[in-house]
Design a protein around this ligand. Sequence first.
Ligand code: ZN
Length: 121
Amino acid sequence: MLYCPNCDNEYEEGLTACPDCGRPLEAAALEEAENPDIVLVPVYEAPNAYTAELVKGILEGEGIEVMLDGERTAVFDGVLSVESGSWGQVLVKDEDAERSLEIIAAYEKQAASTGGADDTA
Ligand SMILES: [Zn+2]
């Protein structure tokens, strides 16, 4: 996607100058630039957006970068299968996966003993 820095309009690839003002178009910066070197692995399958956000918040509280598959699907107009019965996956970087699993396991144990997140189901 290209945009005109003068008019602030977006244009399709292929144009080199703004049709309105003639100013050279610039490549629009992606809001969330993805680093292709980072490998994301699923650590939790969330039944709904609420649970996904909950787990995300817990992991982020531990300093772990989290990405939600449902969120990513929205951004890329993608291919999430809604027939799977789950909302989407909680993804973390490969290097954080083991710690994330431990944190989630500890959370689920706690939630089960205190009657937490799953009670509303
Ligand atoms: Zn323009």
